[in-house]
Design a protein. Structure first.
Length: 163
């Protein structure tokens, strides 16, 4: 793992823009003054330093704070927005609370699914890795409101709420 001191010797981080630039020659494509970062398969910006891949939001935290927490969360959920005001340290539960809709979601609401057998909408929330059932409702909107209440309680400012 790279140290804050080593990082500051090879890269400059602008907390207002979230951009990293090279301070030294690193390769023919990484010249001094060049903005760095390539989007990886999960949508995060990353770079390679000493043959190791680093995500830039984690390097931004290291640059500013001198360490990296378990998770670095993007407040606005934009994985390429590495402005300092958009980053915050998080634990697993908090980070999960700020995630978007799952790919397989068909209700359009977080934590809401249709039980085809009963025709009712179920609300549930995952807390500390455990799924918690919140109830059965006639409409997806009712289930979404109950999910939102639980998310505010359990995730606080990390909660991503349904519209």
């Amino acid at each position: 793992m790279i140290t804050q001191h080593e990082l500051k010797q090879i890269l400059h981080y602008d907390p207002d823009t979230g951009l990293f630039t090279n301070l030294i020659y690193r390769s023919s494509r990484s010249l001094p003054g060049n903005v760095i970062g390539t989007v990886d398969g999960k949508g995060y910006l990353h770079t390679i330093i000493n043959q190791k891949i680093y995500r830039l939001h984690r390097l931004a935290w290291l640059y500013m704070e001198g360490y990296t927490p378990k998770y670095v969360d993007h407040v606005n959920r934009n994985r390429t927005d590495n402005r300092w005001c958009n980053l915050r340290g998080a634990d697993c539960t908090q980070n999960a609370g700020n995630s978007g809709l799952a790919r397989h979601n068909t209700s359009g609401y977080r934590g809401v699914s249709l039980n085809k057998k009963s025709g009712k909408w179920h609300a549930q929330i995952k807390i500390n890795g455990k799924q918690t059932y919140l109830g059965r409702f006639d409409t997806p909107e009712e289930a979404a409101k109950v999910y939102n209440t639980a998310a505010r309680i359990h995730f606080d400012e990390f909660a991503t709420l349904n519209p």
